[in-house]
Design a protein around this ligand. Structure first.
Ligand code: HEM
Length: 369
């Protein structure tokens, strides 16, 4: 069976190869819950997550007719499908009454309003987040549902998102997938197997005063709606100018093959070949003082807009970085100048501190408190 190690220096689900499907949920701590309840729940979650990652049911007393089954059952007989369960803590968790104020990672404050944000609180924020990724959508959903079940009385679900197709490759062995605009996505992503790049851009390091957070990362989630009806009426040449890449091959407009390095200086007829407002020009590390992030997003759909009949869907963007400032810097530039803005809208947002991996015998509760 295909499994990904649950314990290690870092949590799985960041540098590990991105699976095909996602179930992402956030929770708030309920009004009656105490610090002890939260700590106990995180211990229970650890045991359940570790079991599910191995393809086993949530531990308990299977077959006991007098209690509800500990495991809801819908993943029985399915392969583990490389399931990873990654958790993170939102800024609000450290504002609350759990004695955690002195444990707050230094970058963990709500993201500022960024250009063209149109965020819905119903798709934003949360005290905790769970990212479950697997190659089988039912396995990913089962993981979140069972953590939710174990949290009855302690956590209240806030929002949930299903991702039906990965939009990034995180290791060079993976072919680059396409996003819902039909373009290859992830070509110049950070390679999760490159320890030097991961250390430089993704893992929280010794610069962080909170020792417990070192080896973790920051997760930024953005629900980005694509205005597909508009996009689908745009001519091919303009679509390619929006990204600065060819739609068929994924090559930069200055190259021939997908992995050719873009030439941001090349001009033709006095104009840049990769236009000044092209997405890759604005996002590239060459044009941002070396700044990079690890993208690990998924395509999502919410069906049809009842008012307009338009498709509702797009990119559920997830990125990992060692400081939220990396996202803020990039999105400030993209939000102001990106040609893509005509076809997208950011409608949800979240920032979470992802703790480092668990050593043998450790659980998420003892790690946090
Ligand atoms: C590159 C799509 C939003 C950061 C790309 C590429 C595509 C793409 C097709 C080129 C292939 C690649 O190198 O991966 C999209 C779409 C978005 C979106 C459809 C929204 C719906 C964002 C956001 C950020 C971002 C919000 C960060 C704030 C990047 C970065 C690159 C990139 C850093 C690599 C640029 C390079 O080094 O060449 N994106 N993207 N993207 N995107 Fe996005």
């Amino acid at each position: 069976p295909q499994t990904v190690a649950f314990r290690g220096v870092h949590q799985a689900g960041i540098a590990t190869p991105s699976q095909d499907r996602l179930c992402f949920a956030t929770f708030d701590v309920g009004p009656g819950a105490t610090a002890a309840d939260l700590r106990e729940l995180l211990k229970t979650w650890t045991a359940a997550a570790e079991a599910m990652t191995l393809g086993n049911p949530v531990p308990g007393n299977p077959g006991d007719l007098y209690t509800p089954p500990e495991d809801t059952g819908e993943a029985a007989g399915l392969q583990p499908g490389n399931l990873t369960i990654t958790i993170g803590y939102g800024p609000t968790l450290f504002d609350r009454r759990f004695g955690l104020a002195g444990r707050r990672p230094s970058g963990l404050v709500k993201l500022p309003h960024l250009p063209k944000d149109n965020l819905d609180p119903a798709n934003s924020d949360g005290d905790l987040c769970v990212q479950a990724c697997a190659d089988d959508p039912q396995v990913a959903f089962h993981a979140v549902r069972n953590l939710r079940r174990l949290a009855f009385g302690t956590l209240v679900p806030r929002w949930m998102e299903l991702g039906f197709g990965r939009t990034s490759s995180t290791t060079p062995q993976q072919a680059t997938p396409r996003n819902l605009m039909g373009f290859k996505d992830g070509t110049r992503n950070i390679d999760g197997t490159d320890a030097a790049l991961m250390g430089a851009h993704v893992w929280i390091g010794d610069e962080e005063p909170q020792r417990w957070a070192r080896g973790g990362s920051y997760l930024v989630s953005r629900k980005i709606r694509m205005l597909m009806e508009q996009w689908d009426r745009d001519r091919l040449g303009d679509q390619q100018d929006v990204f600065g890449r060819f739609k068929s091959t994924g090559a930069p407009l200055t190259g021939k093959a997908e992995f050719d390095t873009p030439d941001f200086h090349a001009k033709s007829g006095g104009q840049y070949v990769i236009p000044a407002d092209a997405h890759i020009r604005l996002a590239a590390h060459e044009n941002n003082n070396g700044l990079r992030i690890l993208r690990r997003g998924y395509s999502y759909t919410d069906g049809i807009d009842p008012e307009t009949g338009d498709l509702m869907g797009g990119l559920f963007f997830i990125a990992f970085m060692k400081s939220p400032q990396q996202f803020i810097t990039l999105q400030t530039a993209l939000g102001q100048h990106d040609a893509l803005n005509e076809y997208i809208q950011h409608i949800g947002s979240g920032l979470f501190a992802v703790p480092p991996g668990l050593a043998a015998g450790q659980d998420w509760g003892t790690q946090l408190f």
